[in-house]
Design a protein around this ligand. Structure first.
Ligand code: CMC
Length: 438
């Protein structure tokens, strides 16, 4: 990647009060979005660092992949609105877009799909890793372990400086994650692993590996397949979120890419991030009935009670998450297909959203439903257990992670990620022998 964000002549001048020390720092503009101050020379000029816990105000890299306008509720992959992609595109087409920057033409699309689907099988010895886990292991724990283990198997895709090896590594990750995810599920329910069928295509093959059993024929339901395809597209990338930043930070040391993706999976697992889809459904089950919503919201607003309204709020969106809107629509389609006329959980979610969106606590903090609010209702209606929700997120997000990793490795300005700190611990002091300690 050639860095294209350039100073456009604008500067900002910072003066340390009470001194005559001044620094003039360049302002850099991207294609769209707020300008950023280039603080790289701040320490040289003023001897101070910046402090930004949680990186709420810090651009960690230049990227051309995904853009979010959090105030307007806009999400673009390589410039294309998420609504158009969710409606008209396929997951592998979106994967091509995120990885290579453009939608494929017909030949590129065929070659890409063929290339990915050729890599769906796992090395047979990887099967044995599953047996090492307890039957009741959380499937995200299995994902962290088995995806990390891929680093020991594919030595011909480990030279990160070779573009062809980077390509094969990306293909392997995108292709093998559904197989690992489906086997993690099969392992947890004690059913035999189902080997991939490349003729089915990406999403159908995943549903087949999840749901088929050797004793019966299995036909993929096209309505559910389309809903899953859309779900995958919506989860494919989301710029510099915690897990993508984790993948970039791990990758910045030149680490093994399979291990970097395992690090991303670990980061995604937390309930503040991808684990929120599982947590949101558990929350709805705990609330149980709309009559209990006022008490639940009372608990959420109580600062001494660590309850949060899961699936609500976002670091970047201060408006409705566009993905949540699409998923809310998708819920109705899936429930209808599954013959569920009334889903008390969907009714509860809609009511909870309505009450929260008119409550001053949520209004004043600009807290809106995010992607995780409705996603679990769809997956539950499809028959998936809650413990698999974040696993599905990991399958879809692997495309984004590997695209972000590839962009990082190809960025000439890339350096190892190494934040600074404000040290507030003890100043230097001498060792005290044991018999002299109080
Ligand atoms: N329920 C209740 N209060 C909330 C919530 C929530 N879900 N989210 C934020 N707040 C409050 C928070 O207490 C704080 O209030 P105050 O100013 O009085 O201290 C204010 O809103 C700002 O919150 P914050 O924690 O400083 O915001 P953040 O940007 O650090 O956190 C978040 C973003 C997504 C972690 C947070 O909104 C949250 O915990 N949401 C619930 C978990 C969730 O749904 N996560 C999925 C995020 S989207 C998909 C993904 O990333 O995978």
């Amino acid at each position: 990647m050639n860095a294209t964000a350039k100073p456009d002549g604008k500067t900002i001048t910072v003066t340390v009060e009470g001194t005559n020390k001044t620094a003039t720092l360049p302002i850099i503009s991207g294609t769209v979005g707020p300008d950023v101050v280039d603080i790289r020379k701040l320490y040289d000029q003023l001897g101070v660092f910046t402090y930004d816990p949680g990186f709420g105000a810090t651009a960690s890299c230049e990227s051309k992949i995904t853009y979010i306008d959090g105030d307007a509720g806009v999400l673009l992959y390589r410039g294309y609105p998420i609504e158009q992609l969710a409606e008209q595109s396929s997951f592998l087409e979106v994967a091509h877009l995120l990885l290579w920057g453009d939608l494929p033409n017909a030949t590129q699309k065929k070659d890409f799909e063929l290339g990915i689907m050729r890599h769906t099988m796992l090395h047979e010895q990887i099967r044995r890793f599953f047996d090492g886990f307890r039957r009741d292991a959380h499937p995200m724990a299995i994902m962290c372990g088995v995806v990390g283990a891929l680093s020991a198997f594919y030595h011909d895709s480990l030279n990160i400086n070779d573009p062809e090896q980077r390509r094969i590594c990306a293909f392997r990750l995108i292709a093998k994650l559904p197989t690992i995810a489906a086997w993690a599920y099969k392992y947890s329910i004690g059913q035999p692993f189902i080997y991939p069928r490349n003729d089915l295509g990406y999403v159908d093959n995943f549903l087949y590996m999840m749901n088929a059993v050797p004793a019966e024929d299995y036909k993929v339901n096209p309505v559910l397949s389309r809903a899953m395809e859309r779900w995958f597209i919506l989860h494919a990338d989301h710029e510099q979120n915690a897990s993508s930043s984790t993948v970039r930070l791990a990758g910045s040391s030149g680490a093994n890419p399979f291990a970097c993706i395992a690090a991303g999976i670990a980061s995604l697992w937390g309930p503040a991030h991808g684990g929120a889809n599982e947590a949101a459904l558990k929350m709805l089950a705990d609330i149980g009935h709309v009559d209990n919503v006022p008490q639940f919201l009372h608990d959420v607003k109580d600062k001494n009670n660590h309850t949060r309204l899961m699936g609500f709020g976002h670091r970047v969106y201060k408006n409705y998450d566009p993905r949540a809107k699409i998923l809310q629509g998708s819920c109705h389609e899936v429930l209808a297909e599954m013959g569920i006329k009334d889903d008390p959980m969907l009714d509860l979610a809609v009511e909870l959203e309505k009450i929260a969106l008119s409550d001053p606590y949520f209004v004043s903090r600009k807290l809106y439903p995010n992607v995780d609010f409705y996603s679990g209702i769809i997956l539950k209606a499809m028959g998936l257990p809650t413990s698999m929700f974040t696993v599905l997120f990991a399958v879809a997000r692997t495309v984004g992670w590997i695209s972000q990793w590839k962009e990082l490795i190809e960025d000439p300005s890339q350096r190892i990620g190494r934040p600074r700190q404000i040290y507030t611990g003890a100043p230097a002091r001498d060792y005290v022998p044991l018999d002299a300690r109080g």
